[in-house]
Design a protein around this ligand. Sequence first.
Ligand SMILES: [Zn+2]
Length: 134
Amino acid sequence: MEASWTVPSLNDNLVVHFVPDRDHSYLKVRWPQANINPRAGGHTYTGDQPLSGSEVYQTRQGDRFPYVSYAATVFHEALHNLYPFQTVDFIHKLDGGGEAAGLAAPEYSFRSKMTDHNKELMRRGFSVKNPQYI
Ligand SMILES: [Zn+2]
C-alpha cells in the first residue's frame, strides 16, 4: 500500500480530507444532510453509495488531538469508507463492540488495540475499490 499527502485523484482507493473542525466540514459541502456527531474526531458519509467521503478534524470541540489520534481516526473512518454498503454498526459493533471491536469501536483512543479482525477488514476493504469523494 502507498499513502501520500497529495491532491486526490479518481484512482485513489481511499481519500481522507483533513479539515480544521466539524464546522468546516468538507463532506457537508456536497452532503448538507450529513449528520456529524459534535464529539466526533472524523466522519464518513456513505449515503451516496458506492461513493464514500471521509474527513478527520484537527480539533474537536476546541481541543487539538494528539497526532497519534489522527492515525486511529483515519483507520476508523477508513473502515466505514471501505464498506459503503454496510451499516455503521457493522463497524462499531464488530466482535460485540466495546474493547473487543478495537479501533472499530465508536469510542476509541490511541490506546485502543488494533485487532486481527480490524486488520482483516482493512485488507478486505482495500481489495474492492469504491469511488472516493475528492
Ligand atoms: Zn465510526
